[in-house]
Design a protein around this ligand. Structure first.
Ligand SMILES: [Zn+2]
Length: 136
């Protein structure tokens, strides 16, 4: 445990789990959003800088699109499998269209924290001291 109360670097699995649960990938702190769509600039506990560069959130957008597409595909395939050959197109659309509006909105903050975790756990090439975080 360091003097700041934050233990050593978390494992990749722990970072990813924290991302999936809408928490800071480095320290596990919650409260990372002012409002549903508005992420804070820095982690309130460890000071991790979230918005690292212009276009950084493109990865979160890709994750959100992927999750939404996956949910659509699962729901659609199950509905088809259960109803073929008499597929109820109108009821299916009445469910799927609102679902495709609600899912990306509901998943939005999670897509950001998952992206931060994926970025930190799997993609980043920072040194162990994470000097980039301390410079801002
Ligand atoms: Zn943190």
């Amino acid at each position: 445990m360091s003097p700041s109360g934050i233990s050593g670097p978390p494992t990749k699995t722990r970072m990813l789990w924290r991302g999936f649960t809408k928490r800071c990938p480095r320290c596990g702190s919650g409260h990372l959003f002012h409002r549903w769509f508005d992420v804070v600039d820095r982690c309130p506990r460890c000071g991790l800088h979230f918005d690292r560069e212009p276009g950084y959130w493109t990865g979160a957008l890709a994750i959100n699109i992927g999750v939404t597409t996956g949910i659509f595909a699962i729901f659609f395939v199950v509905a088809l499998a259960l109803t073929v050959p008499d597929v109820p197109v109108a009821p299916l659309l009445a469910i799927l269209v609102p679902l495709m509006i609600v899912v990306p909105i509901a998943y939005y903050p999670f897509s950001k924290t998952v992206w931060m975790a994926v970025d930190r756990a799997l993609l980043q090439h920072l040194d162990p001291n994470e000097r980039l975080d301390e410079q801002h």
